[in-house]
Design a protein. Structure first.
Length: 308
């Protein structure tokens, strides 16, 4: 429905000003902070997307995904019996089978997510993108993170963008699809809003900020614009689409800021793994460190916390 996006205007100074205000929000402390951090853990897509990924480091990632926080720390918070795990494990298609097998052997039902569709550049033929998606699903991925062709946004080819995402959605089959907009390469916040709308119209279950490989990844202004698009789409259709900021989110404080922003813009109902994810690789380490400090009053030494 091109009428939805034909006259979109984004007030960039207002968005930027709102983002600056968000940075000044008072953060939570004590037990409230621990609770928010545990909520953040349950929304993390624990990720490794390196050229030197091997079966062994994917296996380590999966075991950390099953037990993201040390058992004694959870017992101290009376949360040891709440089944706290991360939301998903995210890897390249070639490593999906390793992750699926490890989680199955560990008796864990955490879904495996796979990037696909020419990640991270999107500069591959559509036929190749669709084949990669189908292979990732065949290997056992239950969630697919596709990446759009930025050139279609930059040249205003909205119908072609819609068709590409629609075909990717069809190739995913029963798997959930997260559409990565690579917002740092879209040129303007108006394009971010339009691409968000097109992605949702084409059937995306989530819209995601970044691949983590761009110069600029998840930023608060971009998050605000994408969440406003999600809200508008919900008002128009009654269908809730999830949101996933990814790239550059490394600290517990940043994670809480994103959670608070989602609560402020979209409401408490979006603060579940079904509608909100944090794409991160090093974030979990800082969250566990902060929980360790909350419980013990001191920071953990490097060898005291398991690596992800």
């Amino acid at each position: 429905e091109l009428g939805w996006i034909s006259k979109v205007y984004v007030n960039r100074p207002a968005v930027t000003r709102h983002a600056e205000q968000i940075k000044k929000w008072k953060t939570v402390k004590g037990n409230w902070q621990a609770a928010w951090l545990l909520k953040a853990v349950t929304c993390i897509d624990l990720t490794t997307l390196s050229g030197d990924d091997t079966p062994s480091n994917v296996q380590r990632l999966c075991l950390k995904a099953k037990r993201p926080i040390r058992e004694d720390l959870l017992k101290a918070l009376d949360m040891h019996d709440k089944g706290i795990t991360v939301a998903a494990v995210c890897v390249y298609p070639a490593r999906v089978s390793d992750a699926v097998n490890t989680l199955k052997a560990a008796g864990c039902d955490i879904p495996v997510a796979s990037v696909a569709a020419g990640f991270p550049s999107g500069q591959t033929p559509l036929e190749t993108k669709l084949a990669e998606i189908r292979l990732a699903v065949e290997y056992g991925a239950r969630e697919i993170d596709i990446v759009i062709s930025r050139s279609l946004v930059l040249t205003g080819q909205w119908e072609d963008l819609y068709e590409e995402i629609r075909l990717c959605r069809a190739a995913c089959g029963e798997a959930h699809m997260k559409t990565i907009l690579a917002t740092g390469e879209l040129g303007s916040l108006a394009n971010v809003y339009k691409a968000s709308m097109i992605a949702m119209m084409a059937g995306s279950d989530f819209i995601k900020t970044s691949t983590g490989k761009e110069v600029e990844n998840a930023t608060l202004p971009v998050g605000i614009v994408m969440m406003r698009a999600i809200k508008e789409y919900y008002w128009q259709t009654g269908y809730k689409v999830g949101f996933k900021p990814a790239g550059g989110i490394r600290t517990a404080k940043e994670a809480i800021t994103w959670l608070m922003l989602v609560k402020d813009e979209l409401g408490v109902e979006w603060l579940t793994p079904e509608l909100f994810r944090l794409g991160a690789s090093s974030l979990l380490g800082d969250i566990e460190q902060q929980i360790f400090y909350h419980v013990t009053g001191s920071y953990a030494l490097q060898h005291e916390l398991a690596m992800a």
